[in-house]
Design a protein around this ligand. Sequence first.
Ligand SMILES: Nc1ncnc2c1ncn2[C@@H]1O[C@H](COP(=O)(O)OP(=O)(O)OP(=O)(O)O)[C@@H](O)[C@H]1O
Length: 301
Amino acid sequence: MIASVEAPAESHNGSDGPLLSIENVTVQYPSKRWRSPDFLALKGVSLDIRAGETVGLVGESGSGKTTLGRAVLGLAPVTTGLIRYDGQVISAMNRKQRRTLSDEIQVVFQDPYTSLNPALTVLDILTEPLLTAGTRRAEAEQRVKDLLEQVHLPRDASNRLPREFSGGQRQRIAIARALCRDPRLIVCDEPVSALDLSNQSRVLDLFIEIQERTGVSYLFVTHDLSVVRYISHRVAVMYKGEIIETGDAAKVTTQPQEPYTQRLLLAAPVPDPARQASRRAARQKFSAQLRVAGPIDNRAS
Ligand SMILES: Nc1ncnc2c1ncn2[C@@H]1O[C@H](COP(=O)(O)OP(=O)(O)OP(=O)(O)O)[C@@H](O)[C@H]1O
């Protein structure tokens, strides 16, 4: 695995501004139970993503990572704040207006076993978004051949059903589907966490390869720090609905400034025994520092 990817040299959208700009966004889920308060899942989150950039969103379970990805996709209610895409405010768009963005913003979900329609062949899964957009069938079928090649699946994959593929191969089909209409931003929600380690690194390499070729940006949601370090240019760390630290991926994942990020780093599993020993020593040192510094909630805002 490489240490971290090179930052994109320049914006692909021809402007100096970010491709995606999340500005002070709050998401409040309405309570489903009588007299219980609404739940504030995001508390004033701000984050930019430039064209061609991968921003990794990391944090423990329940910190709000998926909610932020869903807010970008228009699937979680933005209560206050704004989300701009290429300068245009998208957070206030209705469903019909959002549909016009499906060429631009796509998603790859965690579970390749449930994200693909089991009754459709790969050809049907991949031609459907193209035919819906008005592409002629012959052209759509040629495009599917190209897409299968791009994600390193054999051309005869077209005629098979999702159940005939392994988890890693299914995730490649899901990636091909996300690529159908040449998006400029893909929200990746834990796209490798259901895969075994060797498939994880192959699929991560595929994401990087696609980005190098197309200049697509990724908002990459994961709880796994080694994944985030591998794939991201920058990392944003979420804690209880807030972004508490952002910065260069290599720096945040090796020299985090915030005690919470330090704790997250120390809690990450390390298979190599020598590294485990040094991790244990670091953990003990960090615990001693914490005893002096006070509880981890006392982080800088
Ligand atoms: N539709 C919903 N209605 C009410 N609360 C929700 C809803 N979706 C998420 N939440 C709550 O919002 C908080 C953030 O959830 P979210 O799924 O964004 O976290 P996460 O960081 O992605 O967690 P994980 O890594 O486990 O997926 C959690 O406390 C969750 O219970």
